[in-house]
Design a protein around this ligand. Structure first.
Ligand code: FES
Ligand SMILES: [Fe+2]
Length: 389
């Protein structure tokens, strides 16, 4: 165990009712990981109902700046309008044309390329193509369909439901980490999407445990200590763990070294650590002293998903003329490809109905926590409330 005290140590107190022991420390069934019915429940009760983190405000800084994201079979458009960032369903109110294909950009009006309806940056329908009898057509009733949107700690959240569980309850202690690493003020320097042929939960498992570092990630294992690590017992919809960075290194990157100054608010006890914090269902943060990474897994089908990876840095560093994130990106881009291969081969293994659940170690406790949370949120016995208790 690390001898350096952390401001987060108190969170590590052990809870006797740990999810790990609920299954005897084993994984779950073939159906839970790969089944159509389980997937349908996840899309309805989790992705269709709860608050979902979808982006970082630094990508939506100017009026008219926008991003798009596919969730399940739908697409959303986030745009910075006159009242701040707002999410909309990304299709035209006329006949359903998907309005914006580009992942990011900036525009003050959105023109549908099918029959030329035009919306402004607030989603209001401004003009038609001239073939309509405007005197009986109420443009005010035909703006883009808004989606509930909230911003916390620099993250944009959306919910497709009016009865989502409370967002601030779900975020529990997340603010302590977000404030320590100044998340709201960081800038996304790079974003990259990866298609993965596996169930989304297998990716969530993979990115939340470091037990596989020695076998899968030579570069990452050189810099980080998979053994000097532990699990946090967090509230709300959080799971998390910490891991020590080996002495002699100061950055989780392909070189292990950086001239970047630590993010100013990071406590001394966490300078030589990664704090891995996940907002369930699908957003992992790797909080490190000199940058923060964010990794989403977005389900598409029981057997496919997309991983979206952001790398965020402090603006005082990105403003420097010699700023480079090359060594950070190099490490993670390589690790990502290594990880998706692991997830895809695991999915193929679990796709066999003859597969039976194996024993997890306590170093993989987060895997149990993720599965237990998903199982509670999709349990038909909850009466469809989606409330994980
Ligand atoms: S579908 Fe958009 S204008 Fe017709
Ligand atoms: Fe990995």
């Amino acid at each position: 165990m690390t001898s350096v005290p952390s401001m987060f140590d108190r969170i590590g107190e052990q809870d006797p009712d740990r999810d790990y022991f609920a299954t005897g420390g084993t994984g779950r069934s073939h159906e839970f990981y790969t089944g159509e019915e389980q997937f349908r429940r996840e899309m309805k009760e989790i992705y269709g109902r709860r608050w979902l983190p979808v982006d970082h405000v630094s990508r939506l800084g100017d009026k008219g700046s926008y991003t798009t994201l596919d969730i399940g079979t739908g697409s959303i458009l986030l745009i910075h309008g006159d009242e701040g960032v707002q999410a909309f369903h990304n299709y035209c109110r006329h006949r359903g044309y998907k309005l914006v294909e580009e992942p990011t950009g900036r525009r003050q009006s959105i023109v549908c390329l099918y029959h030329c309806w035009v919306y402004d940056r607030n989603g209001a329908l401004k003009s038609l193509n001239g073939t309509y009898l405007d005197h009986f057509f109420d443009k005010g009733e035909n703006g883009l369909i808004p989606i509930r949107t909230e911003v916390r700690f620099g993250l944009v959240f959306v919910s497709f439901s009016d009865d989502a569980p409370d967002l601030d309850d779900a975020l529990a202690e997340f603010g302590e980490f977000a404030r320590a690493y100044e998340l709201a003020d960081l800038q996304v320097v790079q974003a990259k999407d990866y298609p993965v042929a596996s169930n989304w939960k297998l990716v969530a498992h993979n990115v939340n445990e470091s037990l596989h570092f020695p076998t899968a990630h030579k570069d990452l294992h050189r810099v980080t200590d998979f053994d000097d690590a532990g699990t946090y017992m967090l509230g709300g919809d959080l799971v998390g763990a910490w891991q020590v960075i080996h002495e002699g290194y100061n950055s989780v990157s392909s070189t292990g070294r950086s001239e970047r100054r630590p993010i100013p608010s990071v406590p001394e006890g966490d300078l030589q650590k990664i704090n891995w914090i996940t907002i369930l269902p699908n957003l992992l943060f790797g909080f490190t002293a000199d940058y923060v990474m964010a990794q989403w897994v977005w389900p598409e089908s029981p057997a496919t998903c997309t991983v979206r990876h952001f790398w965020l840095f402090h603006p005082s560093e990105t403003a420097r003329p010699d700023f480079s994130h090359e060594a950070v990106f190099a490490l993670w881009d390589k690790a990502n490809h290594e990880d998706w291969e692991l997830c895809e081969r695991t999915h193929r293994g679990l796709s066999n109905p003859l597969w039976s659940p194996g024993q997890l170690s306590l170093d993989e406790e987060v895997v149990s926590q993720i599965d237990a949370w998903v199982a509670r949120a999709t349990d038909p016995a909850t009466g469809g409330t989606g409330t994980a208790t």
